[in-house]
Structures are given as structure tokens and as C-alpha cells.
Write a protein that binds this ligand. Structure first.
Ligand code: IMP
Length: 440
């Protein structure tokens, strides 16, 4: 049993719940922040003293000096994206030297993965997933098909015949599929790029599982940072409209090489309403009117792709599902202030589906798409007071407190943190909450 106190932070909707802000808020109380899945499809926005940082691959703990940021084997890494992010952070005055560790078992995302993704999305036609076009899915496909290229293949034993054969095989297979000479990659050029990555990557590369094991044995605490959200998990989300990794807590063990007892608490992040980017069923989506208002009030545009996010009311059916599949102990609810202008707010309590009421999302995607949400109306607080910027629970308007209470009752877990604005300071840490041990 681990003697340290490690916390997992995971998205409990379709991503973009505001995990970046919450990780940043808690990170100073940890020695290590570790990403376990996804890639640069993620976009975590953190605002500190008016300056905005958008992180894609690098854990949000990087903004705190002294915190070591780990990228696990479960993450797929586009070195070009990684280097661009490192350069941008350095321009913004953040020192990343000796603070980033990358697993030697993590797979690479290379240019041909983006070509393959473009092809796959085109072939899907009207059924396209609406991916982030970063090559994430094809990189995971290579990993599962057992012909992916790992960081450890590039660092150290460079220019081996195995690496050459792997790059050549992958690029030629890609070119056969895309059947378009003008877009095809030259395998030797890709090999060249891959080989040139080695020296810059090398100082960051390590055996992450062993590093984390030693860290825990010497009492260092770890914050496990999830990307995307439960409904985008390849097993537990709205398959096939999902990402290609396990964004739920199960992914921590496989994506970092730690045992299940390394996770001492799980904090799920939900927005006060629901959003989704890309295609796929979204039962509480509001196509116009309130949906547009939520998008404007909440600045709901993707941090990675800039795409407008689809918006709708809070869905306790999916939140309960996320609580169950992740083992969530407590929630952080973000963007409460976005609801400040509404006279009436709705929470989905169940789905009407084929004559019955469902309280958990069905696996069949067509069945989910046919579900009609059952709503509970809750009075808004627009005539009472705003929640924007409030830092103390007691100052919240009573209707907002009632809203939080209903979310707690419907999801079955307490709310530990409430975010009332984009700044670090615009946050309520509720007394006696799960996160209290991580704040002392
Ligand atoms: P992919 O991860 O790029 O393959 O995209 C698969 C689905 O996950 C698409 O619907 C994307 O919009 C969605 N997605 C991937 N990453 C994120 C994220 O960080 N936030 C929200 N949606 C995401």
C-alpha cells in the first residue's frame, strides 16, 4: 500500500470541463503531475494573473516551479507539438528545464498519422467522428496493431535496422492507403526526422513506472491528470464517437505503470452545464437559443481546434455514469458563473427511451440518440446575485447553493470545489471536502 496521498483528476463529461484550471490550482501541493493518456488533442487552458497558457501535451502542473511533469506510456506524443509547446512556454517565461519526464514506452505521432486520419474521416462521410485531426487515433491504431514506433526506439539505439524497417513499413502502408502521390510521405525523410528527434528528446526520457515507484517509496505525492472525459473514453463513452484511449481512471494504471492502490482519491470535473465538440449523440444539447447563450457566456470554443462547442443543460445521467466508471469520490464543478443570467435552469434526471426511463446511458448509439431527456427545473439566481468571482461558499446566492445541492443528490457525490471564473483565485474550496488533505 502506498504511504503517499495521490489524487486523480478526470473529466466527467465530454472533455473541456476545466481540468486544466483545477490541476493548476492543486498542483502546488504535489511533487509530481502525471499525464496517462491522450495526446495533443487535449487543450487545457489556465489563466494566471491575466496571462493565458494553453497546454496540450505537457501537464498543467508545469506552471508551478518545482513540480515535475511526467508523460506516461499511455500518452501518444507528437514531438513537433511537444517541442512547439516547450518553446512557447519558455517564451512565456516558464522554466521547463529538468522538469519534464517522458516514458520510453510512449508511442510517437508522426506526419503519416495525420494523413491516415484525414483519409479515415473522409471515408466515414456523414458518419465522421469530428476528430481533432492531430493523428491521435492512427497512432493508437499502430500501437494496438503492434507496429507503432516508441520513444525508446528513437532515443539511444537510433538508426538501427529495426527502426528503419518500421518507419519504411508504416510510411509505405500509409501511402498505399492514401493512393495520392502528391500527399504521400517519403519514408527516408520521415526516418530522417525521427532520427533527428533523438538528441532533444533524450534528456527527458526515462522508465516512468520505475521513476514513479521510487517517488512513491520516498513519500512524494502524485497528481494524475486526465485528458478528455468519461464520455469520450474508448470503452465507456459514446462509442464510436469517442477518442482512442481510456480517459477514465483505469487508464492511470496502464498508462503510467502504477498499481491501483497508487490512486488514493478521485476528483471528477464537471461543468455546471454540458458541452461536446465533434459528432455523436448529446441528449441535452440545445441547438439554438439557450445553447447559443451558453456558448457565448461560456466562450465555448475548442482550445485545440477553435471549433464552436455544442452546449446543453447539465446531464446527471452521464455524470452518474462517470462517477461509477471512475470511482469518483467528489466533484469539482466549474463555470457556475456562466449560469448567472438565466431565470430558470434545468438538470436532466433521466432519459425517456422506448416507453421506459433510463438512469444510465445505453451502449447502443442509436438508442442513445433517440433518448429524450427528463428535466427538473431549478430557479435561477439572476435576480438574487451573481456568482462570478465568488471565493466563499457562504456568499453564493441561495438558489445557486440549491443547484449545487441537487447536483450532489443526483450524482451521489459531494462537490469539493466550485469555480466561479477563469482566474485561479475565482474558486471556492468547500470546507471538509475531499481535496482538503491536498491543500495543507
Ligand atoms: P480525437 O481524440 O482527435 O481522435 O477525436 C475524437 C473525439 O474526441 C472528437 O469528438 C473530438 O472532438 C473529441 N476530443 C478529443 N480531445 C478532446 C478534448 O480535449 N476536449 C474535447 N473533446 C475532445
Amino acid at each position: 500500500m502506498s504511504s503517499t496521498k495521490n489524487l486523480a483528476i478526470v473529466g466527467a463529461q465530454w472533455g473541456d470541463e476545466g481540468k486544466g484550471k483545477i490541476v493548476d490550482l492543486l498542483a502546488r501541493n504535489f511533487r509530481i503531475v502525471a499525464r496517462f493518456q491522450g495526446g495533443h488533442n487535449a487543450g487545457h487552458t489556465v489563466i494566471v494573473d491575466g496571462s493565458q497558457f494553453v497546454l496540450h501535451l505537457i501537464p498543467s502542473g508545469i506552471l508551478h516551479p518545482g513540480v515535475v511533469c511526467v508523460i506516461g506510456n499511455g500518452v501518444v506524443i507528437d514531438p513537433a507539438a511537444l517541442f512547439a509547446e516547450l518553446d512557447l512556454l519558455s517564451e512565456q517565461g516558464i522554466d521547463t528545464e529538468d522538469r519534464i519526464l517522458i516514458s520510453d514506452r510512449a508511442h510517437l505521432v508522426l506526419p503519416y498519422h495525420r494523413d491516415l486520419e484525414k483519409l479515415a474521416e473522409t471515408r466515414r462521410g456523414v458518419n465522421r467522428i469530428g476528430t481533432t485531426s492531430q493523428g491521435i487515433g492512427p497512432s493508437y491504431e499502430d500501437k494496438i496493431s503492434r507496429h507503432g514506433i516508441r520513444i525508446g526506439d528513437v532515443v539511444g539505439a537510433i538508426s538501427t535496422s529495426r527502426l528503419k524497417a518500421a518507419v519504411r513499413g508504416n510510411v509505405e502502408a500509409c501511402n498505399r492507403l492514401i493512393e495520392a502521390d502528391e500527399d504521400s510521405e517519403e519514408w527516408s525523410a520521415v526516418l530522417d526526422t525521427v532520427v533527428r528527434l533523438g538528441p532533444r528528446l533524450a534528456p527527458m526520457v526515462t522508465d516512468v513506472s520505475t521513476y514513479l515507484d521510487n517517488a512513491m517509496r520516498t513519500g512524494k505525492s502524485i497528481l494524475f491528470e486526465g485528458a478528455q472525459g468519461a464520455m469520450l473514453d474508448v470503452d465507456h463513452g459514446t462509442y464510436p464517437y469517442v477518442t482512442s484511449s481510456n480517459s477514465t481512471t483505469g487508464g492511470i494504471c496502464t498508462g503510467l505503470g502504477v498499481g491501483p492502490r497508487a490512486i488514493n482519491g478521485v476528483l471528477g470535473i464537471v461543468k455546471a452545464y454540458t458541452t461536446r465538440v465533434g459528432a455523436g449523440p448529446f441528449p441535452t444539447e440545445l441547438v439554438e437559443g439557450v445553447g447559443d447563450q451558453l456558448r457565448v457566456f461560456g466562450s465555448e470554443f475548442g482550445a485545440t481546434t477553435g471549433r464552436p462547442r455544442r452546449c446543453g443543460w447539465f446531464d446527471s445521467v452521464i455524470a452518474r455514469h462517470a462517477v461509477r466508471v471512475n470511482g469518483i469520490d467528489s466533484l469539482a464543478l466549474t463555470k457556475l458563473d456562466v449560469l448567472d443570467e438565466f431565470e430558470e435552469i434545468y438538470i436532466c434526471t433521466g432519459y425517456k427511451c422506448g416507453g421506459s426511463i433510463l438512469t444510465s446511458p445505453p451502449a447502443n448509439i442509436d438508442q442513445l440518440a433517440s433518448c429524450v431527456p427528463e428535466y427538473e427545473a431549478i430557479p435561477g439566481w439572476c435576480n438574487e446575485a451573481k456568482t462570478s468571482g465568488i471565493q466563499n461558499d457562504k456568499e453564493l446566492p441561495s438558489a445557486a447553493r440549491y443547484y449545487l445541492k441537487r447536483v450532489e443528490e443526483l450524482t451521489g457525490v459531494p462537490i469539493s470545489i466550485v469555480s466561479t471564473g477563469a482566474e485561479r483565485s475565482e474558486t471556492i474550496i468547500r470546507s471538509g471536502s475531499l481535496v482538503a488533505p491536498w491543500l495543507t
